[in-house]
Design a protein around this ligand. Sequence first.
Ligand SMILES: [Fe+2]
Length: 168
Amino acid sequence: MIDIAKLTELAVAYDAGDPRRVQHLMKVYAFCRIIGQGEALDAQTQNILEAAAILHDIGIHEAEHKHGSSAGKWQELEGPAVAAPLLEQVGADPAACERILWLIAHHHTYTASEDRDFRILLEADFLVNAYEDALPPDACQTADEKVFRTRTGRMLLQKLYLAPPYQP
Ligand SMILES: [Fe+2]
């Protein structure tokens, strides 16, 4: 099993000086953890999902340096090469490593797979981006119909963004 705390320290060190990225990865990690538990993933898949959550956007700095853009396709392209040595440092086994690198390389491609770890990563990233990017309710409604698959992820989406807005 991958030591998630150790991996998080490495990811935070890599993203040093960029608290926005660290806040983002911590939130996506938390949502992945809750959704994975809600969907009763086996321990191995849960561990892979959590590691992928920590590393999913790790290609952003390289994307910005090499391509002048953090667009999804550049992140997907650059992420695996940055993530691989971090996974090696925490002793991830080759099969886990391969799966995590695949998840990183596809996390902006909504049609890439129906596997549950992949769908949960997409859902968690959307739940965080919807808030960070202040997405309008109709974008969340569309995601509810087209992107989300899990009961737990959809419950979170509906409670956070599709419920009547809280009024103090
Ligand atoms: Fe993200």
